[in-house]
Design a protein around this ligand. Sequence first.
Ligand SMILES: [Zn+2]
Ligand SMILES: [Zn+2]
Length: 775
Amino acid sequence: MAITTIEQAAAALKFEIAGMVQGVGFRPHVYRLAVRHGLKGFVRNTESGVEIHVEGEPGAPERFWTALMDGLPEHARVYGVERTVCEPAGFEEFRIEESDSTPGGVPVMLPDLAPCPECLEEMHDPSSRRYHYPFTNCTHCGPRYSIIETMPYDRARTSMKGFRMCPECRREYQDVEDRRFHAQPIGCPSCGPSVKVLFSDGSELGFGHGFDTPAAQVAWVLADGLIVALLGVGGFQLLADASSEAAVRRLRRLKERDAKPFAVMVPDVAAAERLCRLSEEERRLLTSPAAPIVLARGGKDVDLAPSVCMFSRFVGIMLPSSPLHALLMDVWGKPLVVTSGNLSGEPLCVSVEEGLEKLGHVADVFLVHDRPVVRPVDDSVVRVTDGRAMMVRRARGYAPRPVWRTSAAAPDMLALGAGLKNTICWLKRGVAVMSQHLGDLSSAASLNAFERTVEALGRTLDAVPQVIAVDAHPDGPTFALGRRLARKWNATVVPVQHHQAHVLACAVENETPFPALGIAWDGTGFGTDGTVWGGEFFVLEEEGEPRRVARLRPFLLPGGDEAVREPSRCACSLARQMGPWRTYGLDKRLERGMPVRKREVLEAMMARNIHCPSSSSMGRLFDAVAFWCGFDGAAGCEGHAAMMLESWAAEASGEKMPGDAYEWVMHEEGGLLELDWRPLMKSVDEDLLEGVSRGCIARKFHESLVNLVFDVAERFCLDRLVLGGGCFQNAFLLEGLAGMAQSRRCQLSLPQRVPCNDGGISLGQVAAVVRQWKG
Ligand SMILES: [Zn+2]
Ligand SMILES: [Zn+2]
């Protein structure tokens, strides 16, 4: 019989499915459906997804396929299907086969998911054998990425391999009708992982004294104002009572944490709504299986210790993300500070030994378990702006879902990202898999951990790069490592400029059609001319490198990195470089905000150009305007001054504005459009002299930036915009841009699944290399 029969009537079909189809109950679902259609054959996991072979009555395989596509399991995503008509092989039954490990595919791993409603219910049911069991999970929920050692996803290749299933768990695991059919991390109190409570010297706290569970014991410790280290899904977290100022302060001091706000966990949505005003989208995110930290606007009377949110008008809020957290919150019942279990600048602690050693002086008590954490996975942070969820930190619940798909013929590669808020990105057969947030590579310990993570993810993906993309900064932390890894893998190193990567990341994530205007605004990044960039505009065409067409008028940063910590330094620099626009209001403000002697030193440094890098950074311009508006002293954390400016602008959004938005002047300078901030500063000065409120000045500044973007777009006749860089974490700015885009009928692409900050750089680096390869 020829195989050219009409496909509709085929008696046997083979499907190779790529996508998020492992660990989501896909194979049992296929099994049930195949049996219902009277089909024989098999389904099995492969490195790239799932393979199905079905045979039976002519036409039945096709009907089976339609039914499968009409009702995929909840978390399954299908990206591609390879379908082949074949001869029936004479199978006698339909079965779920052991995994196939033929190399060459693109393994797609699932992220760790928060407990599903059924599992939560079971944990709260006294008649269930998993009553109060902190490792309850099923095919719809539970750990994945944090326990996977190699692919394909099977228990023997996860950190659950050391736990032997008891007969009852085995029965559930093998029962096709059971919710735990082939749930790889299955376990119960008699066979699965268990928890222990330890003192910081490693000795165990016995139970009793009225505490029948570890959660109750830990809640009692927290109520005493002490700090608890909890080994969660992806490593240690530090916990403290969010209503106790003393406890939160002590945590800040011991963890050497700067002024960055802490996140809080609450038991349920109702409790979240007592702290925040939640939008529909924010509520959806909070309760989603990814269970991220959501940055939501704080309510009227936020019942939190002042040192939790610090200066921020947002509260980072989250719901329990694992069964263990859910049990703890059942007993604790109120807001709890939850922060990453690491020391400042160091990687997350993932093993019990490491936790005791590094966090022993921070935490009083440790709540730990014996299910090894294969890789550190932090909590994710998301923010909703203009109705859209934007990733701030992409980790648990999202990583390592693919972020982009391009031609499978593109070379396999590894992009090492940037030095801060680092992520890496592997491209294998055209699928871009971005790692979880790996943090800052500022210490030797974090660089070592980084190198291990890079190699481990490569092993899990079974990938060998032909190209290694690095940040173009020759002294940056990824540059040297990139060269070392390139020797090992015999790969080519390709440096990618930081801001080009920013705009490309947004463009490929959104599949924005070209030509488009790319706007990269951030604190600092190494430019191709050796200066510090950060207020750049690019024209993106179908091919070639993004072409830089405009920039902020450069200014000096007296003291380099010191100018990042002290906004007054930027203000001093701008005042000095006002030239004919020079005004005395700014001088007066400086007199109040900076000692005379210090100013003399800075002036002398700038006059002689000693340690004063030149910069076109928008982040630093924000700092200077924040200083004019009254921001005094040092920035407590990165972006602090800009966040204050944003919140002043937002507070003034209902007020009547004196005068229009500030003006910019544009002129050509060496083939580049230079955006001159001097007239803007002059107007700020005039407003200061006239006693205009800081809120109005902040608002006029934001509005002037919105106008600037669209004026540049008009100048280059572009009506599509892509954004990148940390400045776009500013909700007030984004809402202004979105409003203007709508009225001007422009297409505005925002970084959403991939962070706009340096966490998105690795994807942009991959995109840059793919463009070179095409060109
Ligand atoms: Zn479940
Ligand atoms: Zn069991």
